[in-house]
Design a protein around this ligand. Structure first.
Ligand code: PNW
Length: 474
């Protein structure tokens, strides 16, 4: 999208950036916070690259005012961040939420006020993977009580912040929580049990539904949504075994969340095809009614396309789906499916770059949820960024990645998808989960030794793009 002929986005289109609590905050035992599953996981040797952890991260807990000032300088309309559940109700267990930690609420309250003062609209994600460890000890997401406690926690968050926060997102990428946490084990809590992963899928869905109801009650004017890492799944060829594989992956990645949330049922084909793993008896009467709540928005996170093929038993298996090198598969009941490596270019995650996948995905979600607004709640890329002799970080590949994906959002809007905003992942370089600090997704570079923030070329570019779009609004 060369700047000269840049298209106009809708006047109310929201330009933002996103982060998540465990990836940036640090201050893990400050003001009453208790451990989450990511504290435990990252402190277990061998789980995270270089045994990195989130103990300090970007020290955002202590530097949030500087970070808000940075966002104001960039001209962001909106900032998507997540709440750390173990800051809000640090004593939660399977039976009870426990007392609200006022100091935890106060931190987010100050952050929200600072954002509003800077003219930046806060979007709060209630859960971006940092489950209180005590709930994992009681069974974690495969256990129903986790969903029940999540509904209560959502009520607390909406009660204390819903007077100033216009948009709440219940869950971030339940696919990752369920399958990477409980099937491949490359994310916390690191379990490798496909039956547990499918039980986790259901209880994450239930948690979402209970949270939507709680937020509606506490903050009736707030907009409520969920963020899913959906995939636009393409079969490698039109052979039956490849189209069947694509249907299964679409089911396990997309429909197993979208169908219950939007239409109140689980996909029959997926229940059948996972029959060797689980009988789905964790789904109780009334659960689907609880899960299927009207939504104001669906958040789509997109990085890379998904191409699948049915394994025909010939030749070496291809397992380069970018879901980690764990020996266990993320995909329950799918030993017959593989993810052939796609042609480059790639980001340093090894994820192939294909903006058209974002257009396809937005249109696919719009077809299934025609009345629901869409947000791109994450999109971005990791590259090997370096500070040069002048103290600058020049990242032309990220500029190229972002501009082409933003153009792809424009294409989806032109084709009829009601996309209301776009959030770059991420505002800051941060703790990239199993990859530790080795992968930098930020438009702002973080020097972890000094905690100095250096806006990269991409930050300046994004800021200029926003300024041009704001001028067009008149
Ligand atoms: C998302 N996968 O994570 C998360 O929402 C962010 O917290 C994260 O930093 C960002 O994308 C970049 O990774 C994902 O293996 C992690 O497919 C892994 C996968 C997808 C998304």
């Amino acid at each position: 999208m060369p700047t000269g002929i840049e298209r106009a986005f809708p006047p109310k289109f929201v330009w933002g950036a996103a982060t998540a609590a465990y990836q940036i905050e640090g201050a893990i035992d400050t003001d009453g916070r208790t451990p989450s599953i990511w504290d435990t996981f990252s402190h277990t040797p061998g789980r995270v690259r270089s045994d990195d952890n989130g103990d300090i991260a970007c020290d955002h807990y202590n530097r949030y005012l500087e970070d808000v000032a940075l966002m104001r300088d960039l001209g962001l309309d909106s900032y998507r961040f997540s709440l750390s559940w173990p800051r809000i109700t640090p004593q939660v267990d399977a039976n009870a939420l426990g007392p609200v930690n006022q100091k935890g609420i106060d931190f987010y309250s100050r952050l929200v006020d600072a954002l509003l003062d800077a003219g930046i609209d806060p979007v709060i994600t209630l859960y971006h993977w940092d489950l209180p460890q005590a709930l994992e000890d009681a069974g974690g997401w495969p256990s129903r009580t986790t969903a029940e406690r999540f509904g209560e926690y959502a009520a607390v968050a909406a009660e204390h912040l819903g007077d100033r926060v216009a948009t709440f997102v219940t869950l971030n990428e339940p696919w990752c929580s369920a399958y990477l946490g409980y099937a491949s084990g490359v994310h916390a809590p690191g379990r490798t049990d496909p039956a547990a992963a499918l039980a986790a899928v259901h209880h994450l869905n239930l948690a979402h539904g209970l949270a939507v109801q709680a937020i509606r009650q506490q903050a009736p004017t707030a907009k409520v949504g969920v963020t899913l890492n959906l995939a636009s799944v393409r079969p490698q060829t039109l052979l039956d075994r490849d189209t069947a594989a694509a249907r299964r992956v679409d089911g396990l990645q997309n429909r197993v969340f979208l169908d219950p949330m939007l239409d109140g049922h689980y996909p029959d084909d997926i229940i059948d095809e996972t029959g060797s793993v689980t009988d789905w008896s964790f789904v109780r009467d009334g659960d689907l009614d609880a899960i299927c709540q009207p939504l104001d928005t669906i958040g789509v996170n997109y990085y890379s396309p998904t191409v699948v093929r049915g394994y025909d038993g010939d030749g070496p298996r291809e397992e380069s789906d970018g879901h980690g090198d764990g020996a266990a598969s993320a995909w329950p009941a799918s030993d017959d499916i593989e993810f052939p490596r796609q042609p480059g270019p790639y980001t340093v995650m090894g994820w192939s770059i294909d903006p058209r996948g974002l257009t396809e995905l937005l249109l696919r979600v719009h077809r299934q949820a025609p009345g629901v607004d869409l947000l791109v709640t994450e999109n971005g890329a990791a590259f090997d960024d370096l500070v040069d002799g002048e103290g600058r970080v020049d990242d032309p590949m990220r500029v190229e990645y972002l501009s082409r994906h933003i153009a792809a959002v424009g294409d989806a809007i032109e084709a009829g998808a009601p996309v209301r905003g776009y959030f770059v992942w991420s505002l800051l370089d941060n703790f990239e989960w199993a990859y530790g600090y080795t992968k930098r997704f930020g438009i702002v570079y973080v020097d972890y030794a000094s905690q100095r923030r250096v806006p990269k070329t991409s930050a300046r570019w994004y800021s200029d793009l926003i300024a041009r779009q704001v001028r067009r609004r008149g």
